[in-house]
Design a protein around this ligand. Structure first.
Ligand code: ACO
Length: 337
């Protein structure tokens, strides 16, 4: 479990949220024509009905930029006011420069310091916590935190074990310092952790420094996502439950106080198992994976924006965000909305 030292308290608020998903829809029926699968298998095992795919020429930074603009509009924040941009992604535009720098260029945020975070599906919540620390120390005041992925660029479209699961999209939040102390949407507490002993159960083996890409390993598709689904599943339920309970405890609450649980959108059965074990009913659990599949670092960010814009979360609600991903990594954030 994490050893988070509570940051010295100022008030870090989520001033606005935004999200963007590409127009192109890939349905389960479309996948039935591509690999040996069925709508029935995908729906019963995962809950996913369709996912979005980025257009040719649309990079992760383009998805991130669209989500960022919507979050800035929602927060009423100008590009000049941003002094920190963090993009959480495992599908960056390139090894370098950081995707956050492309976003900076696209929105004209000339005063911002920019970098990326790689924590897979937990990345958005890792980025929120990093931004929170920057704001709490007084080092930065207004941060744009984005989870964005173009996972379609790293999926083996002939592997039915993985290609049915993933999609493209982006979600963003503007975090601001509020010294009045009475602002809503306050980030209360967090719990984060990792277990590097299980790097091999979910990874892209090729294309990095350990296995530079060659014609040979590209032919073997070693630059695509490999996953031991059952191992990931087993670890996901326990790690997310522990992280969520730890974040709640640090905020002085219990699962009974939760008004909305917004979990990583990988698998409906995983989400239901967490809800059951924590005693949180289905109506207090936000699910949109049927529309988008697993968008890794973007998933919680998109779900938070949809929950916000549709009124699923209301002023004063105790909102728990929780995620789990490759690494392994896990994270949970408690927000008083
Ligand atoms: N269509 C039809 N059959 C399939 C498909 C498919 N798309 N994919 C696999 N199968 C078959 C398998 O080949 C296997 O057949 P076999 O028994 O003849 O060998 C059978 O279905 C059962 O496969 P399992 O792996 O046992 O199925 P399971 O019930 O575990 O579901 C799944 C698989 C959905 C991947 C599940 O394990 C899961 O959700 N795991 C967690 C994924 C996750 O949470 N990822 C989060 C992190 S993602 C990130 O960090 C980027």
């Amino acid at each position: 479990m994490s050893r988070e030292i509570p940051p010295t308290e100022c008030c870090v608020t989520i001033a606005g949220t935004g999200s963007y998903v590409p127009e192109k829809v890939l349905s389960n029926a479309d996948l039935e024509r591509m690999v040996d699968t069925s709508d029935e298998w995908i729906t019963s095992r995962t809950g996913i009905k369709e996912r979005r795919l980025a257009a040719d020429g649309q990079a992760t930074s383009d998805l991130a930029t669209a989500a960022a603009k919507r979050a800035m509009e929602d927060a009423g924040v100008s590009a000049e006011e941003l002094d920190l941009i963090i993009v959480a992604t495992i599908s960056p535009d390139a090894f370098f420069p950081a995707t956050a720098c492309y976003v900076q260029k696209n929105i004209g945020a000339t005063n911002a310091m920019c970098f990326d975070i790689s924590a897979a599906c937990s990345g958005f919540l890792y980025a929120i916590q990093v931004a929170r620390h920057f704001i709490n120390t007084g080092n930065r005041r207004t941060a744009l935190v984005i989870g964005a992925e173009k996972l379609s660029s790293m999926v083996d479209w002939e592997d039915r074990n993985t290609c049915v699961l993933f999609g493209d999209g982006a979600g963003a939040a503007v975090l601001r310092r509020d010294d009045s102390g009475d602002a809503g949407r306050k980030v209360i507490s967090a719990s984060l952790g990792s277990d590097g002993r299980m790097t091999d159960i979910l990874h892209v083996p090729g294309g990095g420094s350990a296995m530079p890409i060659t014609h040979d390993n590209a032919d073997q598709k070693l630059n695509t996502i490999r996953m031991q689904g059952r191992e990931v599943y087993k670890n996901a339920v326990n790690a997310m439950r522990r992280a969520a309970e730890d974040a709640l405890q640090r905020g002085g609450l219990t699962a009974a106080d939760v008004d909305m649980l917004i979990p990583h959108q990988a698998n409906k059965r995983i989400i239901e198992a967490i809800g059951e074990r924590m005693g949180i009913p289905a109506e207090k659990t936000f699910i949109n994976l049927d529309k988008y599949g697993n968008t890794s670092a973007a998933a919680v960010a998109i779900a938070l924006d949809e929950a916000n814009k549709t009124g699923a979360i209301k002023d004063g609600d105790n909102v728990v965000l929780v995620a789990f991903g490759a690494g392994l990594t896990w994270a949970s954030t408690l927000v008083k909305w």
